[in-house]
Ligand binder design. Structure first.
Ligand SMILES: NC(=O)c1ccc[n+]([C@@H]2O[C@H](COP(=O)([O-])OP(=O)(O)OC[C@H]3O[C@@H](n4cnc5c(N)ncnc54)[C@H](OP(=O)(O)O)[C@@H]3O)[C@@H](O)[C@H]2O)c1
Length: 365
């Protein structure tokens, strides 16, 4: 059994203590290439041993399969696992694409009941509205979520991809414990309005895709992420952990069906331009004898001090080696000079986060 190395932080002002880094479980089911259930189960157990307590899923992932997969793990460690799930994105039957977003009362209730059943538990620790249903006032969606808290089906409420004003309006109806949004060296849209609102209200910021969906790890370079690029990893990084050794063995390829093949940042000339931006990340990694992934994660962890709020990155990995590497990054402190060198990156990134940005907070800010 591994010793816990991750510090605990409060989930916002007065909130429960959770590991300072969570684990994104989406990739265990789909979107980012082939999955291996035994390896995923091992990753979950090691995460818990290292001090990770927040496990992030959604009814969207695997169309419910991700929650069903997590159920036995959550039930076996119910006193230590802080389970976060989400509702609101309605999928087209049998497809990866969405049909719409729903935040009406009936849908909130039916979704929570279905998630509880798939997970096999009687209370969700953190329940997020995954996206904003703009046909329903945010106060009504959060009002329906608050009823679930009153009934004991949910402990804390969260919002994902919401704007600063939406967070403020929601918080006026019921305390919001966490706001989940994309935040990384490549994506800093939320720093203008969402982060100041969260800091003022004492809401924790849960940073999704903190590794830029893998791009910041240096594993993908060039068009379609298909060309070799792991040479950029320093020799020093090999000594760090099994995960780092795995990376140095060769670059990853995006397999057919990987959702990133549809994402502007990973395709065509954008991928080439974005790969060139990783130079300062690689330089710092080489000098500090860590991996680019660790530099990227340390930067997100340090947003907490810079912006004065709890920040919990939830990197996703299917591998125990990379999990350990990611957790180790929580205690890596970048110097002011290193932070300055990383500062210009996000403004230079080519391509939008999603091919269709309409349901994101960015589109409504
Ligand atoms: N609220 C939302 O709308 C939303 C949207 C997207 C994601 N999320 C949540 O956020 C979580 C994390 O985001 P994400 O998975 O999109 O992106 P991410 O954490 O930025 O990157 C995940 C990718 O990086 C790779 N990776 C992880 N650690 C690595 C390391 N140390 N070295 C090299 N490669 C590494 C993973 O591959 P391996 O698995 O092979 O390690 C995977 O391909 C998801 O699991 C999900 O729970 C939420």
């Amino acid at each position: 059994m591994s010793a816990s190395i991750l510090p605990a932080v409060p989930l916002g002002t007065g909130g429960p203590l959770v590991g300072a880094q969570g684990l994104g479980c989406m990739g265990f089911s789909e979107f980012y290439g082939p999955t291996a259930p035994d390896e995923a189960r091992r990753t979950l157990r090691i995460a818990l041993d290292l001090g990770v307590t927040m496990f992030d899923t959604a009814d969207l992932y695997g169309d419910g399969d991700n929650e069903t997969f997590l159920g036995p793990f959550v039930r076996a460690h119910r006193d230590r696992v802080f389970l976060a799930t989400k509702f609101g994105i309605v999928r087209r039957a049998g497809e990866k694409s969405w049909s719409r977003v729903r935040g009406d009362r009936a849908y909130v209730r039916q979704s929570a009941e279905a998630s509880l059943k798939r997970l096999g538990i009687d209370q969700i620790d953190l329940y997020y509205a995954h996206r904003r249903d703009t046909s329903v006032p945010i106060e009504d969606t959060v009002g329906a979520m608050a009823e679930l808290v009153q009934e004991g089906k949910v402990r804390y409420l969260g919002l994902s991809e919401m704007t600063g004003p939406e967070l403020r309006a929601a918080h006026g109806v019921h305390p919001i414990a966490a706001l989940q949004s994309e935040w990384s060296l490549f994506t800093r849209d939320i720093e203008t309005s969402v982060v100041p609102a969260a800091a003022e209200l004492g809401v924790a910021l849960v940073a999704y895709s903190p590794l830029g969906r893998g791009f910041l790890t240096g594993s993908f370079t060039g068009a379609q992420g298909m060309r070799a690029g792991a040479q950029g990893l320093s020799a020093g990084a090999q000594g760090l952990s099994a995960g780092a050794q795995g990376l140095s063995a060769g670059a990853q390829r995006l397999s057919a069906g990987d959702v990133r093949l549809t994402m502007p940042r990973f395709t065509g000339e954008h991928a080439d331009a974005n790969a060139a931006l990783l130079e300062p990340v690689r330089d710092i990694a080489a000098r500090r004898d860590v991996t680019p992934a660790q530099v990227a994660l340390a930067w997100v962890h340090q947003r907490s001090r810079v912006h004065g709020l709890t920040v919990i990155p939830i990197p996703g990995t299917r591998s125990p080696g990379r999990l350990r590497q990611n957790v180790e990054a929580a205690t890596l402190t970048l110097s002011d000079g290193e932070l300055t060198a990383l500062e210009p990156l996000a403004a230079k990134v080519a391509g939008a986060r999603y091919a269709d940005m309409t349901s994101t907070a960015t589109a409504r800010e």
